[in-house]
Each structure stands twice: as C-alpha cells, then as structure tokens.
Design a protein around this ligand. Structure first.
Ligand code: AMP
Ligand code: MN
Ligand code: MN
Length: 331
C-alpha cells in the first residue's frame, strides 16, 4: 500500500520506535464502534502482545453484535486496570478528535497519546499523530506499523485488518477501494484472514428486527432538491415498534444513497436521548465539511455528527449545511 505522509503526520519509523520504546498500551476505540476502530486497535494490540508488550483494550460502548467474532473482542472493557503503568501509551484508533472516545476514559497526558487515523480534519491531538487520509481504513495505517515492527501477520491479526478494510470500503464497494486495498485484502486472505466470516457477521445474517426497521426507514424516505437529497428518520418509537435497537441502523443510510438520482443521503437517529446524523455523498458534495460545520466530522463521502437540539431543528440545519456545500435543485 502506498504511503502518504502529509506534513503533520509522524513517519512510520518514528511511530515504530515509540511502540518499541513503550512497555504497556491502551488501545482506545470510538463510541458507537465500527469494524475499523475496533479491528485496527485489536490488530495492533494483538501484534504488540506477540512481541511481549502489555496491552489492554478500552471502549466505552459494548462490542456490537456484528463485531463479537473479532479475535480479542471479549477483552474490550470500559474500565482501565488499576495497576496501569504511568507511561502506558494510549493509542486512539480511527478518531479525528479524542472526544470520540467518550466521557468514561480519564484524559491521558498528551505525551502518552498516539493518534492513528485516516479522517479529514483530524485535530492532531496526540504527541504522535499518524494520520494518513489517503488510506481506506485505520487498519491499513496500522499495517504500515506492523510491517515496520516486523511482526508476523497471523490469521487473527489478518482477520482484524481485513475487517477494517471490509467495513470502511462497504465490502470493497466504496470509491476508497484502491488497487492497494484489494492487493492488501488478497495478501491478508493468504495469511488466513477469514473473509467468509467477516462477510457473514457484518454484511449478512441480518436480524429480522433490522430488516423490519429498514422497511420503516425506506417507507419514511423523503426527497428534496429535485431528488438529489434523500433523508429519513429513526426514533425511539420506531425502534420499539420493530423490536430493534441502535445497532440495527448500521449502514442503512447507504440504502438511501443508493436511490436513483440521489447525490446526498442523511439518516437522522433520534433515540437513546440523542440526535445523531449519518451523512453519505455520491462524490460531488463534501459531507465532511457539512458535518464539520455542525460540530461533527468524517470523510468527503461519509460523515456524521451529534446534534444538540430537536430532530426538526437537525433536519433544517443539515439541509442548510448541505446547501452550503453545493447541494442544490436543478437550475
Ligand atoms: P457513521 O455515519 O456513524 O457511519 O459515520 C460516518 C463517518 O463520520 C465515520 O468516519 C465517523 O467516524 C464519522 N463521524 C460520525 N460521527 C461523528 C462525530 N460526532 N464526530 C466526528 N466524526 C464523526
Ligand atoms: Mn470509525
Ligand atoms: Mn475508519
């Protein structure tokens, strides 16, 4: 995989040297975890353990049902060990801002923070920031480090890294599916990565409740800007009516984006006391910029935010933010 090191990113050699220097690590994944944040942390953590390091895995939210198959997933916890050494390195994976780790994590000193990420607009919050926006997943950033560490990529580590690729490329379909990503996926399969299992657990095997919920979301689709914008909502009542929960909404926004003529899609998730928004773009409108203008972030074609206000306000604010990024009706 080609390496891109923008001015602000540490070199692979610098990060590898720091990983070798430290003895203890806390791998940190973001709230509402996905296969990239967790897979990247587990891949690096398992590799560090193989070379004799002490590693624990912090995640505020429970491991989603679809990711419990990941090697090491059962070790994830929202508590830190009492005897954690003072110079343990906190490795934040797949987040542009440390707030994405949630409020349970006691804020580590900056000197003990390594930030590994591929988002646009990463705030470079670590003492070391390994931020490679051209990479398709945080897991492929981790792969550069594993090569630098010269650790053997066994089947477990390979499965974790392939999960990051499959998750963030939407099963090798999104535009970030580069030839390098496909070559790496092939190499990981040769190392024993269980692609069948990843496909089944993450993309297949849907709960009936999730499919019922999808029916509701599709039934409530609304179109704007001459059919270029498609949006829908899920609230507590909708979830309850389908016997579904928040995990079942994962990826539904892509169904909205997949409708003919749609350039931008939004799924408004008003449940569990929050309003969160998932945005997707077919490639013309920068949804990362729209999300960032409302306090969120992400990538050019996939972004999100939490909205501090009512659902109808979120709908209006997101519409305005998308128009500011070029979403418009036909002339
Ligand atoms: P989602 O719609 O939750 O799948 O998120 C799409 C992308 O936006 C992912 O890359 C997330 O990391 C990013 N994202 C989602 N929510 C936020 C947020 N509150 N702040 C920053 N980035 C976010
Ligand atoms: Mn993520
Ligand atoms: Mn990612």
């Amino acid at each position: 995989m080609s390496e891109e090191r923008p001015g602000h990113s540490a070199t692979t050699a610098d990060v590898v040297a720091e990983l070798r220097r430290r003895a203890a690590f806390v791998m940190v994944s973001h709230v509402k975890p996905d296969g990239d944040t967790l897979g990247a942390g587990l891949a690096l953590g398992l590799a560090l353990e193989r070379i004799g390091k002490r590693v624990c895995y912090f995640q505020q939210d429970p491991v989603p049902r679809t990711l419990r198959f990941l090697p090491g997933a059962a070790r994830v916890s929202r508590e830190l060990p009492k005897d954690l050494p003072a110079d343990a390195l906190f490795v934040f994976c797949d987040m542009s801002d440390p707030a994405r780790a949630g409020s349970f994590l006691p804020a580590p000193a900056r000197e003990n923070v390594l930030d590994i990420d591929h988002h646009l607009g990463n705030t470079l919050f670590g003492a070391l920031n390994y931020v490679l926006p051209a990479e398709c997943s945080t897991g492929t950033c981790v792969m550069h480090l594993l090569r630098g560490l010269n650790v053997e990529i066994d089947a477990e580590i390979a499965t974790c890294v392939l999960t990051t690729i499959m998750t963030d490329t939407g099963g090798l379909m999104h535009s970030n599916t580069s030839p390098e990503a496909l070559e790496l996926a092939a190499a990981l399969m040769r190392r024993g990565a269980d692609k069948e299992r990843i496909t089944r657990e993450i993309f297949g095997n849907k709960r009936v409740a999730a499919t019922r919920l999808l029916g509701r979301v599709v039934g409530a689709m609304q179109f704007g800007h001459d059919g270029r914008y498609c949006w829908s909502c899920v609230d507590d009542a909708t979830l309850a009516a389908c016997d579904a929960d928040g995990e079942d909404t994962e990826d539904m926004v892509n169904v909205l984006l997949g409708q003919e003529g749609v350039e931008v899609a939004a799924l408004f998730k008003a449940y569990d006391g929050e309003v969160r928004v998932s945005l997707r773009s077919a490639g013309r409108v920068n949804v990362q910029a729209a999300a960032a203008s409302l306090g969120g972030g992400g990538h050019f074609r996939a972004a999100g935010m939490e909205y501090a206000g009512a659902l109808h306000e979120a709908v209006a604010a997101v519409d305005a933010a998308l128009v500011a990024q070029g979403l418009s009706s036909r002339a």
